[in-house]
Design a protein. Structure first.
Length: 181
């Protein structure tokens, strides 16, 4: 392969991503649910930052990069929140953000997509499959997805008889389409 060919391929990929519609996040909800002592515990994260370049007609060339502020974990009880920020769970002093980056997105049905994302929690990176929907009207849209991970895969807490391993995460992003500059 000639030396210029990889450069041209990279340039073409960059142009394809740049050509994708860019969406500004107007509001976001990042929630989780886990079972503790047989009861569901609901919580949230805040401080979402995202770069959403998504074309529902060309999902393969779309890209989503997002993160939340790990220190905003809120499970409804102050002492629990403080404990979740410590080393055994989210270790927010060392790992201040939880990140996801799309690796591949494909159409899965009408307004339905399946994304393969690289999820980074506490410096541990794992691929996760995230089914999501994208609906839009005029220049506004909504991305909404729910997926389950095993918290132990990311070193969040230890094995426990009362705390479930599986955590279900739900993400909703209300977005508005940005004009190209």
């Amino acid at each position: 392969m000639k030396p210029a060919v990889p450069f041209l391929m990279l340039l073409t990929l960059c142009e394809a991503l740049h050509a994708q519609p860019q969406w500004q996040v107007d509001s976001a909800s990042v929630a989780f649910e886990i079972t503790n002592a047989g009861l569901p515990v609901h919580g949230t994260f805040a401080g979402l930052e995202a770069d959403v370049r998504f074309d529902p007609d060309d999902p393969a060339h779309s890209a989503i990069l997002a993160s939340v502020d790990a220190s905003t974990v809120d499970a409804g009880i102050g002492l629990r929140n403080k404990h979740l920020r410590k080393r055994d769970y989210f270790y927010v002093n060392r790992y201040p953000r939880i990140r996801v980056e799309s690796m591949h997105i494909e159409q899965a049905g009408a307004d339905a997509y399946l994304g393969t994302f690289l999820l980074d929690v506490k410096g541990v990176q794992r691929e996760v499959a995230v089914p999501f929907t994208f609906t839009s009207h005029d220049r506004n849209g909504r991305l909404s997805g729910t997926f389950t991970i095993n918290r132990l895969d990311f070193g969040v807490g230890e094995s426990s008889l009362i705390l479930a391993n599986d955590v279900t995460l739900s993400v909703i992003l209300d977005v508005s389409r940005q004009d190209p500059r």
